[in-house]
Structure formats: structure tokens, C-alpha cells
Design a protein around this ligand. Structure first.
Ligand code: NAD
Ligand code: 2HG
Length: 389
């Protein structure tokens, strides 16, 4: 029986993938084997000793202490693409409300609803809420992953010109991206020519404050900036200066921060990007299945710190070993299996950055299993060993 702790509301259809026979789900468990969360900030939360895996029912993992998990051999799973359509739809909404003063206009109508001459007042006042069409304008998309590609293609369909930037473009994205999207060589190139700019990159140490004073100084005057990725990507002080100077005419963000409130040219939504029943279900189902396959079989799919590694279950016991990605580890692991006269049925090894992971399927196990596990742990650079039978 595995105990799974949930740190946020997780769609029941996803949790339903974890059968009651094998999983106990508890949002207060102190020593869970697995954690499922959405936006809960795990950075200040101690990780219990027996924790085996963390699953983020969404895309961004900046709220999870991924480095600490890697050091402890804990895979962090996510749900790539699971909420991309929901975010795309909100970004398109953001594009329109950044252009047309729909939010202000609608709020204004409420303030005059008691007027005896409502129709006349509306026709007189609506001139304050005009805004340009997006047709024929240029949209710059920074980050062409699951969301960026959908946004770029949809904007083309709406009659915009689209210029995109992603120095790490994946093959998957390249397959789906319309050839009509112009590929920019640099982020400066994108912001210099775009009337609308939308950010779709992860927040990490390298991308924090990507939009800073320097980038604002290179931005086309009057551009509208959309941020449905993460608040920390934009330097708010530099943003406010850019708004004051008219470099940015409107900022639309899904990440409210105190200093952004009360400014007529900033529209904030309460982190609604993935808040659709469809994407909540998609993400919950994806991560529940990833967690289940890892806890049962050691299989890894869609982890941000572990390599993909899957061996179909064939009824034989298996040992999963994670270790630092350095030379002669397979040789040393093999020597231990030889010592215990274990015939290896299958061995799959894969690596990601500084971490490597193996699933070793054994024809049989020795009686002194504990000693075998101790010997594997004794190999320098082995991080975690799990016996699954
Ligand atoms: N508002 C929301 O509720 C919501 C929902 C989902 C995702 N998000 C945010 O959106 C981000 C993107 O989501 P996704 O599903 O498209 O992720 P993704 O991993 O599919 O795509 C991210 C893309 O950014 C690119 N990239 C990384 N660093 C870059 C850089 N410096 N310059 C340009 N490109 C860079 C990567 O190569 C990748 O193609 C997530 O990390 C998350 O923070 C927000
Ligand atoms: O779970 C959510 O509501 C938001 C998820 C989103 O920020 C993500 O990165 O996927």
C-alpha cells in the first residue's frame, strides 16, 4: 500500500487512477510515499525520509525543490501539454482584452447602470474604450513549447503575423509549429518588431527577470505584453517604468502581485490559465498514471529530473537504481549482480543531465536480498535503490 499526499485539490478522475486497493490518498499524511500537487509552494516544506516521488499536475515545476529531489533520488513528474489548450484560450482572451478596453468598459457600464439616460450616456462615453484590432499586427511568442506553439498557430489563424523565439525548440514543437511563423534569432529581434508579445517559458534561475530594463529599452513602442507563464519572468520595477514611458501600453498577467494592482494599464487574472475542468482532469490523470507506474514498476515517463525509462512488466522482480551520471557505474552494478549469481533478464539505462537511472529485471533474487541492496548502496555515487517484486 502506498500513501499519497495531495497538497492541492486534484481532479477526482485522476485520483481514481490510484486504486484504493494499493493507494491510500490523504491530504494530511506526514510520511507519504508520493505527493501530488498543483501550485502549492513546496520549497519551505521538509521532504520526509521515505518520500519516493513528487507529481506536479501541471507544467511548471518552479514550486517544487527539484534539485533537492534529484540529490535524494526522487523523480519529479509533470503533465507536459496537459493544460496547454486551456492556457492558449486564456492567452487569446488576453490578446483581445489587451487591445480592446473590454474590462474597463464593462466595469464602467456597471457604474452608470442607475442612470435614467443609460443609452445616451453609453453612446457618449464609449469613445473612452476604443482599441485597435489585432488583424495584421505582429505577435511575438517567446518560448515555443506546448503552449507557445498553440498560441502562435492560433494567432496566424486570426490573421496576425507571428514571430517566434526558442533556442531549445524540441522536435515535437517543430513538427507542430506552422511554417508561417517567422523564426527569430534573438529575443531582442522579437520584441523590436512585435505589437503584442507573449511569454511562454519556464521560470528558473536563468529566466528570472527575462523581461528587464534592457529588454524593455529594445521593445517596440506601445507594445502590449502578455504574461501567462510566471510572474518572476518580468522585473516589475522595470515594467512600471516602461508603462510610464509608453514603451508598454498594457500588461496582462495571470500572476497578481501587490505592486501590479490599481494600475489602469495592468490587467491581472488570478492564475486561471489551467482552471478548466478539461485541463484539471488531463493533468490529474497524466500524473496519477506516471506516479502509479513509478511506484509499482519503477517506470519513468515525463519527469523533469529523471530520464525516461520504461520496461514493460513481465512478472519478474526488478531493481531500480539511480546514480550520478559518471563512468563505470554499469560495470560496478554488474559486479554486484554477478556476486549474487543473479542472471539479468533486462537492463535499461538512461541518463538526464547529472543523473542516470536503471531498471534491472532479474530472473531471480537471492535469499539475502537485504545484503544485495546494501552492496548496491555501497557503490560510490549510487543515490537510490528500490527492489520491486
Ligand atoms: N498560467 C497558468 O496557469 C500556466 C499553465 C501552464 C503553464 N504555465 C507556465 O507556462 C510555462 C510554459 O508551459 P509549456 O507547457 O508551454 O511548457 P513547455 O516546456 O512545453 O515549453 C517551454 C518552452 O520554453 C522554451 N524555453 C526555455 N527557456 C527559454 C528561453 N530562455 N527563451 C526562449 N525559450 C525558452 C523551451 O525550449 C520550451 O520549448 C510553464 O513553465 C509554466 O510556468 C502557466
Ligand atoms: O494548477 C494550476 O492551476 C496552474 C498550473 C500552471 O501554473 C502550470 O504550470 O501548469
Amino acid at each position: 500500500m502506498f500513501t499519497i499526499r495531495t497538497l492541492n485539490n486534484i481532479a477526482p478522475t485522476g485520483l481514481g487512477k490510484l486504486s484504493e486497493k494499493h493507494f491510500h490518498i490523504d491530504n494530511t499524511a506526514e510520511n507519504p510515499d508520493g505527493i501530488i500537487l498543483r501550485s502549492f509552494d513546496m520549497h519551505s516544506m521538509p521532504l520526509n525520509d521515505n518520500l519516493l516521488a513528487v507529481a506536479r499536475a501541471g507544467a511548471g515545476t518552479n514550486n517544487v525543490p527539484v534539485d533537492q529531489c534529484s540529490r535524494r533520488g526522487i523523480p519529479v513528474f509533470n503533465a507536459p501539454g496537459g493544460n496547454a489548450n486551456a492556457v492558449k484560450e486564456l492567452v487569446l482572451t488576453g490578446l483581445f482584452i489587451s487591445s480592446r478596453r473590454i474590462v474597463d468598459g464593462s466595469a464602467w457600464v456597471q457604474t452608470i447602470c442607475e442612470s435614467d439616460a443609460l443609452e445616451k450616456d453609453i453612446e457618449a462615453g464609449k469613445k473612452n474604450f476604443t482599441g485597435p484590432e489585432i488583424l495584421g499586427k505582429t505577435l511575438g511568442v517567446i518560448g515555443l513549447g506546448a503552449i507557445g506553439v498553440l498560441v502562435a498557430n492560433a494567432a496566424l489563424d486570426l490573421g496576425m503575423d507571428v514571430v517566434g523565439y526558442d533556442p531549445y525548440l524540441s522536435l515535437e514543437s517543430a513538427w507542430h509549429l506552422s511554417p508561417s511563423v517567422e523564426k527569430a534569432d534573438s529575443i531582442e529581434d522579437v520584441v523590436a518588431k512585435s505589437d503584442y508579445i507573449t511569454l511562454h517559458i519556464p521560470l528558473n534561475d536563468k529566466t528570472k527577470h527575462t523581461y528587464n530594463e534592457t529588454l524593455f529599452s529594445k521593445t517596440k513602442r506601445g507594445a502590449r505584453l502578455l504574461n501567462f507563464a510566471r510572474g518572476g519572468l518580468v522585473d516589475n520595477d522595470a515594467l512600471k517604468e516602461a508603462l510610464d514611458q509608453g514603451i508598454i501600453s498594457r500588461y496582462i498577467t495571470d500572476f497578481p502581485e501587490k505592486e501590479l494592482l490599481g494600475n489602469e494599464n495592468i490587467i491581472v487574472t488570478p492564475h486561471l490559465g489551467a482552471s478548466t475542468p478539461e485541463s484539471e482532469e488531463n493533468c490529474a490523470i497524466m500524473v496519477a498514471e506516471e506516479l502509479r507506474d513509478y511506484l509499482y514498476y519503477g517506470n519513468v515517463k515525463n519527469s523533469v529530473n529523471f530520464p525516461n525509462c520504461t520496461v514493460p512488466y513481465n512478472g519478474k522482480p526488478r531493481i531500480a537504481v539511480s546514480h550520478r551520471n559518471i563512468v563505470n557505474m554499469i560495470g560496478q552494478l554488474g559486479a554486484v549482480f554477478t556476486k549474487y549469481s543473479i542472471n539479468i533478464d533486462k537492463l535499461v539505462n538512461n541518463s538526464k543531465g547529472e543523473l542516470a537511472y536503471n531498471i534491472i529485471v532479474c530472473d531471480s533474487l537471492p535469499e539475502n536480498e537485504d545484503e544485495l541492496i546494501r552492496d548496491l548502496y555501497a557503490i560510490n555515487s549510487v543515490i537510490k535503490v528500490r527492489l520491486l517484486k
